[in-house]
Design a protein around this ligand. Sequence first.
Ligand SMILES: Nc1nc2c(ncn2[C@@H]2O[C@H](COP(=O)(O)OP(=O)(O)OP(=O)(O)O)[C@@H](O)[C@H]2O)c(=O)[nH]1
Ligand SMILES: [Mg+2]
Length: 287
Amino acid sequence: MSGYRNIFESLEKQGVVIDPAYRESIEKRLNSVMSYQPRVGVFGKTGTGKSSLCNAVFGQDVCKICDVAACTRAPQEVILSMGKNGIKLLDVPGIGESVERDKEYGELYKNLLPELDIVLWVLKGDDRAFSSDEIFYKKLVRPYIDKGRPFFIVLNQVDKIEPFREWNEATKMPGVKQAQNIEEKRRSVASIFDLPLTSVIAVSANERYGLIELVDNVVHSLPKDKKAILLEEVKEENRSSSAKQEAKNGFWDTVIDIVTDIIPVAPVVKGVIKAGKAIIEKIFSWW
Ligand SMILES: Nc1nc2c(ncn2[C@@H]2O[C@H](COP(=O)(O)OP(=O)(O)OP(=O)(O)O)[C@@H](O)[C@H]2O)c(=O)[nH]1
Ligand SMILES: [Mg+2]
């Protein structure tokens, strides 16, 4: 807990003395925010590239990738630790393999959903039919989204969208016609799943395309106290400067909320503290 003691010492140098009576509660709250382990669920049919996506975004080859047979049979609860706390990544079995299995998975998904901070539902860009996904989504996921939890459809493997020969291997970008078709596919998926277009993100896990945009959107959708801890787990090459800034702001807003929540100051003082965020950031900048 010495890190927090430094915070209090820095504050004292600035003439802000925090009563020891409050220190413990501030430390406790800071600690619980800082040690939280984010939980990400990656759902979707077998072969859509869930494991490939996790490996590309988070940067550790922990999710097994299979070319032929469905390989993620039981939910793989993988603890990744790029940052301090690690991330609980649930790479769950594919749906749409058989009616029997779908029933089993349905139960599984229903129990998993309430525990997750964010859900990524992976579709294959060049698939034509999404009926099994649609049924699952409407039955199980929709009620969960309606509660306001972050959810994205990740349209993966867009390098395979026609005309796939247009894909530029050197720049790892779609050609003109292919880019138009990718946009078309995003619109069609958004309409099938009744989601805003911004909730459907086109990526190619293998080609490392669209991953920064995906991470930007994920960070943006999370509550302020979880932005930074999630971003810490993401591969450096997938973190944009705006995602970093947003995570940092979220973190400081959380610290200020905790301090002003615990120390009973008059609302007017709270206002001053919030307005003086830049000063507080300076005091804490070593952290
Ligand atoms: N062209 C292309 N192939 C991809 C992409 N992402 C994944 N693949 C390939 O798709 C196949 C399946 O990928 P996985 O990551 O194992 O798929 P999964 O969704 O985890 O499958 P299950 O574990 O069976 O549910 C592999 O051969 C991957 O190399 C992509 O963006 N582009
Ligand atoms: Mg897998």
